[in-house]
Ligand binder design. Structure first.
Ligand SMILES: [Zn+2]
Length: 1022
């Protein structure tokens, strides 16, 4: 899946016409609770039932009531114990007000100054509680999950025969025969699923997944016996159904379960969902499409919905003659039915496939096709956009050929369809043979800019790589999602650098590696490969650690292998060894080790990067002719959860003043100990580590080392590659956030910027400085914000002014210009604003024939949106434009308005989904939050509409992660921290435990700390 990150909305100018108080008038529900739970802020208050339900909780409850004897390691337990204690006491004294949970945090009064009698009573109560706890704790078969103990009831009241979230391993599905009859008028569908299975171990029950399906009939057939009706039990909470048998099914028996059912087409973006669009004649058209990854195949048909249960699929779709349908496989035949419908039957899959890769679409699409390496490649879109498909067709064909040759394994299906779906939340989804996309990530018209081509090509490259990484070889469980996503992300950049070098994806990859470092620096991050169980935890795996950190460590490994092509040989070996089956991370390292010459312990090296969160800070210190390299975890906040010292096996690369640019200059050694000393002649003036930032670590050179690099760059900026200069900038800011480098040192290091003309260093510096500007602005440090603005304009002013506003061919120069112009206009630079206004005027007055260069559109629309008339013109244009990439830029422009009425309108419109599709809401919120006028509006908006948001976007999903991050990441005060904490605590199971919430709180604390540490210095140096 491609997440389609929408976090790069540009800034708008920020009039101070809003007062920051309206949002704070209401007293949050659980203020005191939030204040008292600083150490573990996101743990929710639990319902009384939950406290009684879960044995582990009960154990904690007893300890929490009694004393404070816990060590740091149990800090989380302590907090949960306190909260559980509250719930317990609340339950046992029901007359107390349940609306004041925080009063329950104090121990009961009767025990605080105990008399002998109360002591006895207290001890007695504690002993009883402890005994009860032990009974629950040691119940056979209990796990510490909520699902584990006691076994849950079915909807009909009978005991459901399975208590785990993961399915039992006693049954293996072999093939599915599925028939769907969607009714696009009523937005419902009926389904029939016949699942052939093999019994792996004797068992008297079959348990599988189903969600929101109304099963009307179920039959069971064992081996060659007769089919007979069976009763289906359902556990709604675990989205499971089960059939129990009086006699055991025996190993190696085969059986068929058949279900008939009906359901509503989903109104969100997962499962079998409905979508609509308005065609150019103004008619509303409807369609239905699927999105099953990670857990939604069960919403379309009963199935074993885990990636390791691979099977074959035969799919039939009954549709009205006016529609067409598509599925993973080519269509075998179409048969008219007596009902007036037609049945499309697709060939049975010739590969075993995980359920999350099944897909089908019922719509009115048109297509263009060509043949590439013997495979029929087609691009489908709504009829009005057929002419926008040629770039995608051409690129997909090239990439298919590239991957066929690179992996030395032919793409195994006869056809490959790429389909642009009008309503689609992710960037794209790699369903085998039927890749679905947003329109923006697949369609381009003849006026599209190279930057837009870069987006489309990257997403296609990512999804095509999945046809091998993910589809052919699949991770066994979602804990290793990075095997899919890290690889596809890495291959996306690698393949495009080979076949479309003009798209300059190198810079893009460098930027995403920087952002992955920033995210992984937080204590709330997680190991690349990490245990997940609940649906929310699985959704949260779709984040930049699985994608970008995964890709970064693969790059690091590839460049550190001693021989050319060794990485490639290793992954070919891996794909061949496991084709058609499932793997874990270790399988990949073992495959790479088997082709490694000389033999290297790749597994040991890479495990240090996948099994622990975070990354190392490498410090270089020189004394005489000795250079000492040492490592420690890069920790922005103290990490109490890890006791063992964290070490990484780091392939250190370095260059120095005698040779620093060509790849041959690079020296390399492995740092696996805490520190190592090497001889370096004193004549070496400076050393730069992490050549081209291909390693996943940050470097501190110490005061002298930084000064030496600064002096070298001041003398001649070209002594380092552009990637290395960008890395110097990124690392300086990272160290500043860590508290190791004071603000004046940051400014000192940036003093070479006025001579800088390359894209990577300029965009990185702008991003970092803009984020400080926004923090100051939102803190209402108006004077400092204005001085920061002057500083940015002085550093980059001449480069900004040297930009032309005409069509620019080089993509790298477009990226540079786009970043510079967007910043200048957002900071209200007069020259920039005037030019943008005149371009927009020209554009509208010429009836949109005087085009605005693609890379400048965003900045121009954002300026235009600041005046009432142009905002309305832009909105009209938005409603009529068919180029989706351009539409998104207009939308970002509209959301950049600083008029509160516009902001309120656009947020509401995004949620309602009539004029603006709800899939764009994360983008709207992100853009609104950049501006001064909108960020409190947006924060208020998500609090008021939280339940509607999580109806549309699953908890933990990338959309929700984006929304949480966008609305909170610019806060830097205690008041905001308290408010954010209180809101998310109050959500309980509706989101309080999401990792993105922990990340948000940690980010606010870090912002606050950075501001407090650097405000003085900024007053002095800006
Ligand atoms: Zn993906």
């Amino acid at each position: 899946m491609d997440l389609f990150d929408s976090n790069n909305a540009e800034r708008a100018n920020l009039p101070r016409n809003m007062i920051e108080n309206s949002m704070f008038e209401e007293e949050p529900d659980v203020v005191d609770l939030a204040k008292d739970s600083n150490t573990f802020p996101t743990f929710p208050t639990l319902d009384p039932d939950e406290a009684a339900y879960e044995p582990r909780s009960s154990r904690l409850l007893v300890r929490g009531l009694g004393e404070n004897d816990m060590d740091d390691d149990e800090e989380d337990c302590e907090s949960s114990a306190r909260l559980l204690g509250m719930s317990f006491m609340n339950r046992s004294s029901s007359h107390r007000s349940s609306s004041s949970p925080y009063v329950r945090q104090s121990p009961p009064r009767s025990c605080s100054r105990p008399s002998a009698r109360t002591m006895i009573v207290c001890v007695f109560v504690l002993v009883i509680a402890a005994l009860l706890t032990m009974v629950l704790y040691f119940l056979p078969g209990c796990t510490f999950t909520k699902a584990g103990c006691p076994p849950p009831n079915s909807t009909n009241g009978e005991l459901f025969p399975w208590a785990e979230l993961r399915l039992p391993r006693s049954i293996k599905p072999l093939s599915y025969d599925l028939t769907f009859t969607p009714d696009l008028d009523r937005m419902t569908f009926t389904g029939k699923a016949a699942i052939k299975m093999s019994v792996l171990h004797n068992t008297n029950r079959i348990v599988l997944h189903a969600a929101n399906l109304n099963i009307t009939k179920a039959t069971f057939k064992l081996d060659n016996g007769q089919a007979s009706d069976v009763k289906v039990l359902e556990n709604i909470h675990q989205q499971q159904i089960a059939v129990k048998f009086p006699e055991e099914l025996k190993t190696n028996q085969q059986c068929v379960l058949t279900f008939e059912y009906n359901a509503n087409l989903s109104h969100s973006y997962d499962g079998f969902y409905n979508s609509s669009y308005i065609d150019k004649l103004g008619n509303k058209r409807v369609l239905a499409a699927t999105q099953f990854e990670p857990l939604s195949a069960r919403k379309a048909f009963p199935c074993f919905d885990e990636p390791s249960f691979k099977a074959t699929f035969l799919i039939k779709i009954n549709r009205k003659p006016s529609y067409m349908s598509l599925s993973n496989m080519p269509k075998a035949r179409t048969t008219p039915l007596s009902s007036g419908l037609e049945q499309d039957e697709f060939e049975k899959t010739n590969v075993n496939m995980s359920t999350y890769l099944v897909a089908f679409v019922v719509a009115n699409f048109t297509s263009v096709s060509s043949s590439a390496s013997g495979t029929q490649v087609s691009v489908y879109s709504v009829p009005d956009k057929t002419e926008q498909t040629s770039f995608a067709l051409d690129t997909a064909s090239k990439l298919l050929q590239f991957y066929n040759e690179f992996f030395e394994i032919e793409y195994p299906l006869k056809k490959l369809d790429l389909v642009a779906i009008p309503d689609f939340l992710a960037g794209a989804m790699e369903n085998w043979g039927l890749i679905t996309f947003r329109e923006t990530t697949l369609l381009l018209d003849k006026n599209s800019s190279s930057l837009e081509k870069q987006v489309v090509a990257s997403v296609i490259a990512h999804e095509l790589a999945h046809q091998w990484f993910g589809n052919l070889v699949t991770m066994s469980w979602w804990n290793d999602l990075w095997l899919n996503e890290g690889f596809a992300t890495y291959m996306e950049y690698m393949s495009l650098q080979e076949i479309l070098p003009s798209l300059d994806t190198g810079n893009l990859f460098l930027t995403v590696r920087f952002r992955a470092l920033d995210k992984d620096a937080l204590n709330s991050s997680h190991p690349v490969s990490t245990e997940v169980n609940t649906p929310e935890q699985i959704e949260e795996m779709f984040d930049s650690v699985s994608y970008e950190k995964g890709a970064s460590i693969l790059l690091m490994l590839n460049v550190s292998l001693p021989k050319e092509q060794q990485f490639k040989k290793g992954i070919i070996h891996y794909l061949n060894s496991f084709r058609g089956s499932n793997t874990e991370t270790m399988d990949l390292w073992n495959s790479l080790m088997q082709v490694s010459t000389p033999l290297r312990n790749i597994s040991e090296m890479m495990s240090s990067w996948t099994s622990q969160k975070g990354f190392p800070l490498v410090t270089l210190s020189r004394k005489g002719d000795m250079a000492t390299f040492s490592q420690e975890p890069f920790l922005l906040t103290s990490d109490n959860t890890t006791k063992a010292p964290r070490r990484w096996n780091i392939p250190i690369t370095l260059v120095n003043d005698s040779c620093s640019l060509a790849p041959e200059c690079r020296q390399m050694f492995s740092l696996s100990e805490k520190s190592v000393s090497l001889k370096v002649p004193e004549s070496v003036k400076w050393i730069k580590l992490n050549y081209k930032n291909t390693g996943f670590y940050v470097v501190d050179y110490g005061q002298d080392g930084w000064n030496a690099i600064h002096d070298a760059l001041s003398e001649n900026i070209s002594v380092l590659t552009a990637e290395d200069r960008a890395s110097v900038i990124h690392n300086t800011f990272a160290l500043s956030r860590l508290g190791r480098v004071p603000f004046e040192q940051v400014c000192y290091m940036l003093s070479f910027m006025p001579n800088e003309t390359e894209t990577a260093p300029v965009t990185e510096a702008l991003l970092q400085l803009n984020s400080i500007y926004r923090l100051l602005d939102k803190r209402q440090e108006s004077d400092l914000a204005s001085r920061m603005k002057t500083y940015i304009l002085s550093q980059f002013g001449s480069l900004m002014e040297s930009q032309t506003w005409k069509e620019e061919q080089s993509l790298s120069k477009q990226e540079l210009r786009s970043a510079l112009v967007s910043t200048a206009c957002a900071l209200n630079n007069d020259g920039c604003v005037e030019k943008a206004k005149s371009l927009f005027k020209n554009y509208t007055e010429s009836n949109y024939t005087n085009k605005i260069p693609g890379d400048l559109q965003q900045a121009v629309f954002a300026v235009a949106a600041q005046s009432e008339d142009s905002w309305k013109a832009l909105l009209t244009l938005y409603a009529t434009t068919t180029n989706d990439a351009q539409k998104r830029k207009m939308l970002k422009g509209l959301a950049s308005s600083q008029d509160p009425r516009h902001i309120a309108w656009i947020l509401k419109a995004g949620l309602n989904g009539d004029i603006i599709q709800t899939q764009e809401l994360p983008l709207i919120i992100n853009t609104v939050c950049h501006g001064f006028a909108g960020y409190l509006f947006a924060w208020d908006f998500i609090q008021v509409n939280w339940d509607r948001l999580i109806e549309k976007f699953p908890l933990g999903s990338f959309a929700i992660q984006t929304i949480v991050k966008s609305t909170t990441s610019q806060f830097s005060t205690q008041a905001h921290l308290d408010q954010v904490q209180a809101f998310f605590s109050s959500l309980k199971q509706r989101g309080s435990q999401m990792r993105s919430v922990q990340e948000a709180l940690e980010t606010i604390r870090l912002n606050k700390r950075w501001m407090e540490n650097n405000l003085q210095a900024m007053r002095k140096f800006l």
